[in-house]
Design a protein around this ligand. Structure first.
Ligand SMILES: [Zn+2]
Length: 485
């Protein structure tokens, strides 16, 4: 796409201003819009369709791993949040509280859920009596509200959509295994559907979920080299079970508190998808999550051509749709083919098929990829050609994103390198960590980088770093730093 055309349509280039580019893509690709209520967003049909496709894939993965969906209320008695000390401290600054209902002041104010642990444990205490009632493996698809001062479409909004999983188990080992299983499910979804490679690992105490014993996270690197926390899975120990009295009789006849987990991903993932794959023309959508995978553009110069061209385009559309492809013919008469190309490129459609009079005569269509490249393919085998192209695009996006991440990762950093790296734009910086909160805080203050994860074994450096990147004392673990969304 020519530069002037990009400028003419008003998308800021990534190099010029990444944040402005992001907003342009989200707004102009019609994924979302600002709401009349500050900090909230309206998800438009094109954005919501991506969310639906994400939901469907994730929901299948959750069910395959034994989870069931339920729904808990939006309103939570304010006193519930106070029962788990760290939880209330973590969430208090972000709560929206309802004090009036039906024209009267409420006896007890209600919190609009920022997350549902408290109300779910209140219910589990009624439902769980014996080890035979365990495990409980629940998920809910819902909206939550966390009052935010600085918001960005999809990335940070006061209200957002998500799924929250909540499970209860008889032993610590089972709960720990569950938290790890879900981390794997998230990673699989992010890599196989979103084509967004992630680092997995554990959060430090400073960065963990309020009320968790341990938080595991999937971290992705965006094109501006800032990290996006894409999904988290928490081992909650018995913290919430104790706060809400969720006890059960063990097989041996003793009483114990359940061990639990919670985990979530949100519409923030759509922001991650945009920032992982988008380019200066607009959105690039991985085929598996593309609302429209193929657009067919008929091209005619005279009315005599239009009938046969449109007919051929419809036949291609029918063949693809019958093969399970999300496809539409763009038969708008008011637009030139070139304008249609740009329109669908901006909206991220992975494959465009061009059908002109000469193509009809030769029994072919021209297959153009959103990521570049054009080839003629026979109409007779168009479904196979399209399927192959979609799979290749899907794989190529993941490969390119992984390459970019590795090109923007630096291992065995020392203090000067960490500082310079972050000042120069950043990326993932791997280094030793002594485990002291003082080092963690000081690094954050000096470099604006936080520890994203203590990486899982497969991501660790070989050899492991011996000393803390900051203070030089003996390293107790490796850490990955980045500036984050
Ligand atoms: Zn240190």
């Amino acid at each position: 796409m020519a530069k002037e055309q990009t400028a003419e349509k008003g998308i800021t280039s990534r190099a010029e201003d990444f944040a402005a580019w992001y907003n342009d893509v989200v707004l102009k690709a019609e994924l979302a819009d600002y709401s009349p209520v500050r900090g909230c967003m309206v998800i438009r049909p094109r954005g919501y369709r991506i969310w639906e496709l994400m939901q469907r894939a994730l929901d299948d993965l959750f069910k395959e791993t034994g989870h069931e969906n339920a729904y808990f209320p939006l309103f939570i008695p304010q006193s519930f949040l106070a029962r788990e000390a760290e939880h209330v401290e973590g969430f208090s600054p972000q709560l929206a509280v309802v004090t009036h209902g039906g024209g009267k002041e409420l006896e007890e104010p209600l919190v609009v859920r920022p997350t549902s642990e408290t109300i779910i444990y209140a219910m589990l205490s009624k439902w769980i009596q014996s080890y035979r009632d365990l495990p409980v493996l629940l998920n809910q698809w819902a909206n939550v509200v966390r009052w935010e001062m600085r918001t960005r479409l999809f990335l940070r909004t006061t209200e957002f959509l998500w799924q929250e999983g909540h499970t209860a188990h008889a032993t610590a080992e089972e709960a720990e295994a569950e938290a790890r299983t879900i981390l794997g499910v998230y990673r699989r979804f992010m890599e196989e559907w979103m084509a967004m490679p992630v680092l997995t690992g554990q959060k430090t105490d400073a960065e963990k979920f309020a009320g968790a014993v341990r938080t595991y996270s999937c971290e992705a690197l965006m094109q501006d080299n800032r990290a996006l926390q894409a999904g988290t899975s928490h081992f909650l120990g018995q913290n919430f079970a104790r706060a809400f009295g969720v006890q059960f009789q063990t097989a041996q006849g003793d009483m114990d508190y359940v061990w639990s987990t919670s985990w979530g991903v949100s519409t923030r993932l759509i922001g991650g998808l945009v920032m992982t794959h988008g380019d200066d023309v607009g959105l690039v959508c991985p085929p598996r999550l593309a609302p429209l995978q193929v657009v067919v553009v008929p091209i005619w110069k005279s009315d005599t051509d239009s009938g046969s061209v449109l007919e051929a385009a419809r036949r291609v559309e029918d063949a693809l749709r019958a093969g399970g492809i999300r496809v539409n013919v763009d038969d708008r008469e008011s637009m030139t083919p070139g304008a249609k190309y740009y329109y669908w490129e901006l909206r991220g459609v992975p494959v465009r098929l061009e059908v002109g009079p000469r193509d009809v005569a030769q029994g072919q269509v021209v297959l153009a990829r959103r990521t570049g490249g054009k080839v003629p393919v026979p109409v007779a085998s168009v479904l196979e050609s399209v399927k192959a192209a979609l799979e290749e695009i899907q794989a190529e996006l993941l490969r390119a994103a992984r390459e970019r991440r590795e090109a923007n990762s630096l291992r065995h950093v020392n203090r000067d390198q960490l500082t310079e790296y972050m000042e120069a734009g950043g990326g993932f910086a791997y280094g030793g960590f002594c485990g002291s909160p003082e080092c963690e805080v000081e690094i954050k203050e000096r470099t604006k980088a936080t520890i994203r994860v203590l990486p899982d074994p497969e991501f660790r450096s070989d050899p492991p770093p011996a000393s803390c990147a900051w203070c030089g004392k003996k390293a107790v673990t490796e850490a990955v730093w980045a500036r984050a969304y």
